[in-house]
Write a protein that binds this ligand. Sequence first.
Ligand SMILES: [Zn+2]
Length: 118
Amino acid sequence: MSSSSCDETENDAENVGDKSFSNSDKKVDIPAEFFEYHGNVHGKKARFYKCLFEGCKTKVKKDGTLKYLIVKNDSRYNAKRHYLAHDPGGKLGHKDKWRSAIAKNSNKENLDVISRGP
Ligand SMILES: [Zn+2]
């Protein structure tokens, strides 16, 4: 009697469909109390923002223009990361401030865009 080793490799294709790609030009809201809008990034679906955090210095490029934070239109990740970086120890409560600002914004958003007739 031979004990055959079970060599079956389970080929479960993990369908992690977590990529909700945006098919529209929807722009996420960046809380105005933290970042100041400074126009679109040329040729990209992104926008320039200036951090309003006290003590945060906007970098200056070699040609003398300010180097703003670039935030993608469909993701506020960069802004959030930058904002949270000002509170590395979590003492200032940036995480909560950011979250409530986003919640406030999205509530407003939903109210604004209720009916858009064809
Ligand atoms: Zn900053």
